[in-house]
Design a protein around this ligand. Sequence first.
Ligand code: NAP
Length: 484
Amino acid sequence: MINLKDPTLFRTENYINGKWVGGSGRHIEVLNPANGTLLAKTVDGNADDACDAVEAAATAFKTWSKVPAKERATYLRRWCELILENADDLGMLMTAEQGKPLAEAIGEVNYGAGFIEFYAEECKRVMGDIIPTVANDRRLQVYKQPVGVVGCITPWNFPNAMITRKAAPAMAAGCTVVIKPDAGTPLSALALCELAERAGIPAGVINVVVGSDAQAIGEVLTQHKKISKFTFTGSTAVGKILMAQCASTVKKVSLELGGNAPFIVFDDADIEEAVTHCVSTKFRNCGQTCVCTNRIFVHEAVAAEFTAKLQHSIAALKVADGFEEGAEIGPLINTQALEKMDALMADALDKGAKVLLGGARHKLGQSFFQPTLLNNISDSMRLANEEIFGPIAAVQTFTTEGEVVEKANATEYGLAAYFFTRDIGRVMRVSEDLEYGIVCSNSGVFSTEVAPFGGWKQSGIGSEGGKEGIADFYETKFHSLGGV
Ligand code: NAP
């Protein structure tokens, strides 16, 4: 059991039309990835539940969309305050169901609340236009109006923030939402609904349907005629399927998909800083984030120094159950993720990679894997091309700026990229030449609700965060007024 200060945040039913709904009697078992223990049996919702939620959201849209932005902002601010007041409990739920260290989980709760705070403010500043007329008896106006009901599907690696990053701008804009969280991490999503209810957010404005049949629920959210926009965070492979499904009703689509982030260290870099940020970007959430460092490119002149210091820092990381004091690396999400690490290691070793640290399952068992450092990496290895999504750092070397930029761009992904150099001219050249939606120089820290987060190429469509993150939840209407 999870020892919450407020046990009523522990919800296991769907939240539809402002009510907790039990469903058909089938259940999903939510397991703790650190030890396999059963945390909860939640309802196992289905396509009918998703349809009920869409109908509720469509009805609620009629009134919510007419509530003045300033009033919607008041509801959202109250929701944000309740989330912050309950951050410790929300963090506990997340660590239990997802595995990330508790401090990291509470950090995500605060980050997630930031989107609600930001969009409560931003929705008051979404303006239309008055266009200089082309005829004296006409006036030309442009309105921004909420798009309608929004379908959302979210992943397990950020069970809180990936929901608020979608729901907050949507609700702030006057839309209503139906969310399907990952079946492995539903408790964080349901607790957010409990707090939305306490904040007085009207019935039907936010709905959550938990279910193991993602395909069936996904078909409702991508094809239902009463849904106007669909937004997804998850893998590129699933994103492509869902985008195709949305075509049948021409929904507006936003996608936040996979990444393959390069981390480039030039020969004039501050090596200590580069090592610190390489560790934080590579090993955050046990390597399971879409913006995790995936390919490390180090200039040959500093490769020996950088790799030795990186090895030292990785060796100091504390691997433990996320609830243990000082834990820095928790478990992988499940045994399939562990098996993927085994397969990536076998492929890399077969093709000549050298293990400097780790390389195998961790003695803690369950789905723990050792923080790992490899070098002698070649282009043909799977981990030089695929999203690793685990605690394996793989170092390659390069000689020239042109060569490394070309290698960094040689991927179908384009989400986040990192590089370290003290040369200001190179900072400008490389930041312009990297084909990524987020480019981070001389730091690995960038996530904030006030700036746009989104991928190029097959990493996605659209942005979340910043003023861009609310724009897609509005339709543009041109009103041509005659007879003046
Ligand atoms: P995933 O397998 O694509 O799952 C994501 C969500 O889609 C889950 O809720 C899943 O449900 C659902 N889903 C799976 N198949 C579906 C289908 N056929 N129809 C409808 N829904 C379906 O991704 P994941 O492994 O959970 O998440 C990791 C991926 O997300 C990585 O690639 C990561 O890079 C990406 N990600 C991207 C961002 C970003 O902002 N760009 C942020 C975080 C994560 P169930 O699991 O319940 O079946």
